[in-house]
Write a protein of this length. Structure first.
Length: 461
């Protein structure tokens, strides 16, 4: 494989530069997830969109919006099946290709069928990508809202087509980077390509740390192989590394993330502001843009402090805080108070910190992220019902969201372990020791064997 990409100068990157390039490639993939989440919120108040698609009612609008999430669900399932055979690089490139295909009818749509088909296919591609790459969604949200705002006074097709076509920037950047970056060392180790895994780890962290990291990876692989004969057995059986328990925890986080209402705000804020407050299109897009500024700031703070504070305190108090914010929104909507509506929504995006826990508690086997993304079905439900619920029960919908937030806080507090400052391999061992009844002596023995094996392989090479 290396010989195929020697022409790419990125293929020789190592150390800090390689880590930066991998981060950028991963960010591009998940930026697209956040971008497409927020993109449609500005398009549905675009005059060209309303004229061309005949001002869809609440039910039809909810369906059109939610087809993207339905496609994402399908993409995640596909990623589950192809991720292990293909590896991360080829899986992501597959998602990029599918997203590019879907973006064509999405941008060129002139009727509901074309629009729905384009959004669904885009969702499939992004679902595959976001099952493999896990950072940058809030940046995508920020870009989508402000690109929409940039066209606030444009009423032609450009205001619709340009934001949709802008996805190509992320797709092209991610493609160029991924073609020049190495495969995941964890995937290589699972394929018994330990020499290649060691080479990648050496490029990332240096020879000494590479040996230790490879030993940890091989140790976890050994624990998984002890009791599981297939990927499905690994997912739905606890075993030493408590796979099924962790699958439930991760799916629970994704489900709570949606039931607490974050996408009810992300998808419909401009429309709600125009319909409920009578704001102009420019004002609605401006308010949405400001809300997207708060989101990455909140995520940056949590990113810098989460290992010190811990995952559970953030998850717990953000659920409590957002529940209180939704209660304020419900009360002010009932009284038709303009100021309260906008300020109450201001804090609703704080819940975006929830996915911070996902990567830490969800790594069960090589492609488990595909199954975890089955929680995208909840994405579909919330995006679908939001306009219908607001049209029928109005402020009471936000009382329901407040209750969901309080319930999430309770579940997090009593059922979720703290995973701060643990690597993926250390987390496997933590679950094995705490819940899997695996003796410490056995784990230490496996560790010693793999450290010695890694040294032998390096010396032999």
């Amino acid at each position: 494989m290396a010989s195929l990409f020697n022409f790419n100068p990125l293929f020789k990157a190592k150390g800090k530069l390689l880590n930066i390039l991998i981060t950028i490639a991963s960010t591009c993939g998940f930026i697209l997830f956040g971008y497409d989440n927020a993109l449609f919120s500005g398009l549905i108040i675009c005059p060209w969109f309303l004229r061309t698609f005949h001002n869809p009612n609440a039910n039809l609008l909810g369906t059109i919006s939610a087809t993207y999430k339905l496609g994402g669900f399908a993409g995640a399932v596909i990623a589950f099946f192809i991720g292990q055979p293909l590896g991360r690089r080829k899986t992501v490139l597959t998602g990029i290709a599918i997203t590019a295909i879907g973006a064509i009818p999405f941008a060129a749509a002139t009727n509901i069928a074309q629009l729905t088909a384009g959004r669904t296919v885009c969702g499939v591609g992004v679902g595959i990508m976001s099952s493999t790459l896990l950072c940058g969604a809030t940046l995508g949200l920020f870009l989508a809202q402000w690109i929409n705002y940039g066209f606030y006074d444009v009423e032609t097709r450009v205001a619709y087509a340009f934001p949709v076509a802008f996805q190509a920037v992320f797709l092209l950047t991610s493609t160029v980077l991924i073609l020049g970056l190495p495969e995941s060392p964890r995937w290589l180790a699972k394929q018994d390509r330990t020499e290649e895994a060691l080479e990648v780890l050496t490029r990332l962290a240096g020879e000494e740390k590479a040996r230790e990291r490879l030993a940890s990876i091989m140790e976890v692989n050994e624990l998984e192989k002890d009791t599981h004969r297939s990927k499905f057995q690994a997912l739905f059986t606890n075993g030493p590394t408590q796979n099924f328990r962790r699958l439930c925890l991760a799916c629970g986080v994704m489900t709570m993330h949606q039931l607490t209402g974050v996408n009810s705000v992300t998808y419909y804020l401009p429309r709600l502001v125009t319909e409920i407050l009578g704001a102009s299109r420019k004002e609605a897009l401006w308010i949405s843009g400001l809300s997207s500024v708060e989101t990455p700031i909140a995520n940056l703070i949590s990113l810098l402090t989460v290992d010190k504070v811990g995952r559970k305190p953030y998850l717990f108090w953000r659920s409590v805080g957002q529940g209180a914010a939704f209660m304020v929104v419900a009360a002010l909507l009932r009284d038709h108070t303009r100021w309260g509506w906008t300020q109450g929504l201001w804090n609703c995006h704080d819940r975006d910190v929830v996915p911070v826990l996902l990567d830490e508690c969800a790594v069960l086997v090589g492609t488990v992220m595909g199954v975890l993304k089955c929680s995208l079905s909840k994405f579909f439900m919330m995006v679908k019902i939001t306009p219908v619920a607001i049209a029928n029960i109005y402020y009471k919908f936000y009382i329901i969201l407040a209750v969901f937030n309080v319930c999430s806080a309770v579940v997090i507090w009593f059922f979720y372990p703290e995973t701060a400052r643990l690597s993926l391999e250390e987390m496997d061992l933590m679950f094995a020791q705490k819940y899997g009844n695996v003796e410490v002596d056995k784990i230490e023995k496996i560790q010693l064997e793999h450290v010695e094996r890694a040294h032998v392989q390096t010396d032999g090479k």
